[in-house]
Design a protein around this ligand. Structure first.
Ligand code: ZN
Length: 362
């Protein structure tokens, strides 16, 4: 019986010496994973579904995989290496979360703690302890509860909204199309979307999606670390530089006031190379952040981090990431696929694993 390319690849990966292969291909590097939300949403509204990076079961398997084959490190370990030269362990991996969702503390952190895996959450400070929804969660609510079967939507034109999967696709397409618009236009478009879909989202629909400050302080006491992710989560290149600086500085001021000390690390919203530039890297240093994280495909070579500590590469983790796919990402498969590289099978696997980034939200 002919076996598919996918099953041959899975068999190959199942027999692979993960640690040895990583050492051979990646050597002196830091693997930084970027998650958003951990959970298994049911039929009720839980926010924008593509933001769920893994179910609790998937996440547990991934953390066990890291514990077995990698060396989980804390943000402080990375800062110690950067500032004092204290060596990082072989196969160092740092687990990070963007945005500040409540499930990071309720679901992910207990799993990580049980395996003694440190972590960092990058907070969009204006959303912590409020019912203020992110754009994508507000839009997702409108799409999930609308009774409209078809609608002519701002940005997308006429869309079929008959089934929940149609509405899911429409919500994903709308969020993708809107996220690089200037902030003022996005607000107007969100209002237009709600009117078009004949939905009036009540503020309590978004209660408890985000962490609150007492919980952040408790998690910090328990060992989680926190960093900045702007105040209101704009894509920085959509703002004039003074406004972008204000976003960065405000997030640091709020973190400092709430946690009693300045945060040391920052993650750029959306995080691709098009979403920040040198002026923003200067601004995060001026605001007191020592290092910054992008969402350019990692892992990051230690030499690269030394040269440009304000743009450390990360690996975006998404719902389709089985352990073999995650391992390919850790090997730099997506980075190879987006740049140059050799080896046909590796490239095709790399392209497959890099597709994960298509559905990322922020
Ligand atoms: Zn974000």
């Amino acid at each position: 019986m002919m076996r598919s390319k996918g099953s041959r690849l899975r068999e190959f990966l199942g027999r692979l010496d993960y640690g040895g292969t990583f050492d051979l291909l990646q050597g002196k590097s830091l693997t930084v994973l970027c998650y958003h939300r951990i959970g298994a949403p049911d039929n009720r509204f839980h926010g924008f579904r593509p933001n769920f990076s893994a179910s609790p079961r998937q996440f547990t398997l991934q953390m066990r995989f890291l514990r077995k084959f990698f060396s989980p490190v804390s943000l402080q370990d990375v800062l110690n290496w950067f500032e004092t030269g204290r060596p990082l362990p072989r196969r160092a991996v740092l687990v990070t979360f963007d945005d500040g969702y409540r499930d990071n503390g309720d679901v992910a952190w207990p799993i990580m703690r049980s395996l003694q895996i440190p972590g960092v959450i990058f907070l969009a400070t204006d959303h912590i302890g409020t019912n203020k929804p992110f754009l994508w969660d507000y839009a997702a609510y409108c799409f999930e509860v609308t009774k409209q079967k078809r609608a002519v939507l701002p940005l997308l034109g006429e869309m079929d909204l008959e089934t929940s999967s149609c509405r899911y696709r429409a919500a994903s397409a709308w969020v993708e199309a809107s996220k690089r618009l200037p902030a003022g236009n996005r607000r107007l478009l969100l209002d237009a979307l709600a009117v078009t879909l004949r939905v009036s989202p009540p503020p309590q629909a978004f209660a408890d999606l985000q962490l609150d400050w007492p919980t952040v302080r408790r998690l910090k006491e328990e060992g989680l670390e926190f960093g900045g992710h702007t105040h209101t989560h704009p894509i920085l290149t959509q703002l004039a530089l003074p406004e972008a600086r204000h976003e960065i500085i405000t997030s640091q001021q709020v973190l400092c006031a709430q946690l009693g000390m300045p945060a040391r690390a920052f993650a750029y919203p959306n995080g691709s190379a098009a979403d920040f530039f040198a002026g923003h890297e200067d601004a995060i240093r001026e605001a007191g952040f020592s290092i910054g994280f992008s969402l350019e495909h990692g892992p990051a070579k230690l030499d690269e981090i030394r040269q440009r500590p304000t743009a450390i590469r990360r690996l975006y983790v998404g719902r389709r990431d089985t352990i073999p796919r995650l391992f390919l990402k850790c090997l730099g498969a997506a980075r190879v696929a987006s740049g140059s590289g050799r080896g046909r099978q590796f490239i095709s696997a790399a392209r497959e694993s890099s597709k994960q980034s298509e559905s990322k939200a922020c």
